[in-house]
Design a binder for this molecule. Structure first.
Ligand SMILES: CCCCC/C=C/C(=O)SCCNC(=O)CCNC(=O)[C@H](O)C(C)(C)COP(=O)(O)OP(=O)(O)OC[C@H]1O[C@@H](n2cnc3c(N)ncnc32)[C@H](O)[C@@H]1OP(=O)(O)O
Ligand SMILES: NC(=O)C1=CN([C@@H]2O[C@H](COP(=O)(O)OP(=O)(O)OC[C@H]3O[C@@H](n4cnc5c(N)ncnc54)[C@H](OP(=O)(O)O)[C@@H]3O)[C@@H](O)[C@H]2O)C=CC1
Length: 284
């Protein structure tokens, strides 16, 4: 028998819980599913392509965990209903939903057609609503639960090239807060995690050369985020560690939004911000 993977959290943090992670065939979704399993959760893996989900499931099983693949599309009500039915049959419960599936294309606002705008709203806002509504209907109104949405840092600032998805993610945040207010009485907590630039394979498909990103001084911690940075925060919110947190929007961005809209250093006096020697002689 294979050994259980060690986790940054206690291995029984999510014992007895079932978690559904959308978009868990890659990137942050996969990292979240793997780490949740190492905390004792049993996983339901949801996305459109079955093969990557099976790979994640195999990784979880190889580490001694339990995973169940339920392919589907967050935009398609029928496939969501089928997935919820299969989870009920297989596990009999659902305690955690992570709405991580999503994506968009980059385009200047003037090049976005109405159809293209709507496609991105469907994928990121309507899809998350449909998953959340179904999880509440099938499981959470009765037994409570925790929902975490993966959004983007655009709630604090403009993000050129992303008008459609910025609108969608802001919609998710507003929806999350309102649901948190309405559903507290059912024992349902809802929160958002807003990632900065995270180094996943998907990001590699975007025209963002890492050297250029660094030059632009995007992150005060001087690195892109890793999928695990997001997974750790999702688990904190989804598990009992976040028991008294609802309606929150946590930015996990390495400080990217601290000066994203307006980096005034060159304008003021670049020398003022130059690296200086510390008292102990080490570089700051
Ligand atoms: C918020 C800040 C984020 C910063 C960094 C973010 C990183 C990431 O998000 S990493 C994840 C990256 N994942 C992706 O980029 C993939 C996402 N793409 C999709 O999932 C889909 O392409 C879609 C949901 C955006 C659209 O899919 P679908 O609903 O199937 O729509 P169609 O393909 O039929 O297209 C409808 C319509 O949309 C316009 N359009 C679609 N793709 C593009 C494109 N690449 N460039 C320009 N326009 C596009 C277009 O108007 C399409 O209509 P037609 O022209 O009639 O085909
Ligand atoms: N990487 C980054 O810097 C940032 C990413 N984000 C967002 O974080 C989330 C995770 O990103 P990341 O891991 O990088 O990206 P990935 O593309 O690796 O993950 C997204 C996953 O969602 C699934 N998915 C997409 N649309 C649907 C759908 N309609 N129904 C079901 N599954 C779907 C995809 O699988 P499949 O194709 O098999 O369906 C894919 O595996 C996404 O929402 C992304 O937009 C936000 C900010 C920054």
């Amino acid at each position: 028998m294979s050994e259980k993977k060690t986790s940054r959290y206690a291995p029984d943090l999510m014992a007895g819980q079932v978690a559904l992670v959308t978009g868990s065939g890659s990137g942050m979704g996969r990292a979240t599913a793997l780490e949740m399993a190492s905390c004792g959760a049993r996983l339901a893996l949801f996305a459109r392509r079955e093969e990557p989900l099976e790979e994640t499931a195999e990784m979880i099983r190889a580490a001694g965990g339990e995973a169940f693949v339920v392919p589907g599309d967050t935009r398609d009500e029928d496939s969501i209903e089928t997935a919820m039915g299969r989870i009920k049959e297989h596990y009999g419960q659902l305690d955690v939903l992570v709405n991580n599936a999503g994506g968009q294309y980059i385009a200047a606002a003037r090049d976005i057609t109405n159809k293209g705008f709507e496609a991105v709203i469907r994928n990121n806002l309507i899809g998350s609503w449909q998953m959340t509504r179904a999880a509440a209907d099938h499981f959470m109104y009765e037994n409570g639960g925790s929902v975490v949405f993966v959004t983007a840092i655009s709630g604090r600032t403009a993000l050129t090239g992303f008008t459609h998805t910025v609108a969608a993610r802001a919609g998710v945040t507003g929806m999350m807060k309102t649901l948190a207010a309405e559903w507290g009485e059912y024992g349902i907590r809802l929160n958002c995690v807003a990632p900065g630039t995270i180094k996943t394979e998907a990001l590699g498909r975007y025209p963002i050369p890492p050297e250029r990103w660094k030059q632009l001084n995007r992150s005060v911690l001087n690195r892109m985020g890793m999928a695990e940075d997001i997974a750790g925060t999702i688990i904190f919110l989804a598990s009992d560690l976040g028991n008294f947190i609802t309606g929150e929007d946590i930015y996990v961005d390495g400080g990217e939004t601290l000066h994203m809209g307006h980096d005034a250093r060159d304008m003021i006096n670049p020398d003022m911000f130059d690296k200086r020697e510390r008292g102990d002689g080490k570089d700051e």
